[in-house]
Write a protein that binds this ligand. Structure first.
Ligand SMILES: [Cu+2]
Length: 94
């Protein structure tokens, strides 16, 4: 039996900069569904500093990757696209 799963969808695009803060529960598995919604054929990646979470590769426009992980620390972390540092937001683990 697996525990509760939190599923969060996160669009990745610029320049709209839709980078919501995401709140996760400590110790509870999360499925973070990333989708590159950029209309300009720009690739994006995704990484969360401090939680050792990142996409396996860059996502082309329209591509989706699901990252499954369990937050191992509480606190406030920053997520970002390494190629577009302005595409950043907060992950709050409580
Ligand atoms: Cu990017």
């Amino acid at each position: 039996m697996r525990g509760a799963i939190q599923t969060v969808a996160l669009p990745c695009s610029e320049p709209e900069l839709r980078n919501p803060s995401i709140t996760l529960k400590y110790g509870e598995t999360v499925e973070l569904v990333l989708r590159n919604e950029d209309s300009k054929q720009v690739v994006h990646c995704f990484t969360i500093g401090g939680l050792n979470v990142k996409t396996a590769r860059n996502l082309d426009s329209g591509e989706t990757e699901t990252l499954t992980f369990k937050p191992t620390q509480q606190g406030i972390f920053t997520y970002a696209c390494l190629m577009h540092p302005q595409m950043a937001g907060k992950i709050i683990v409580q």
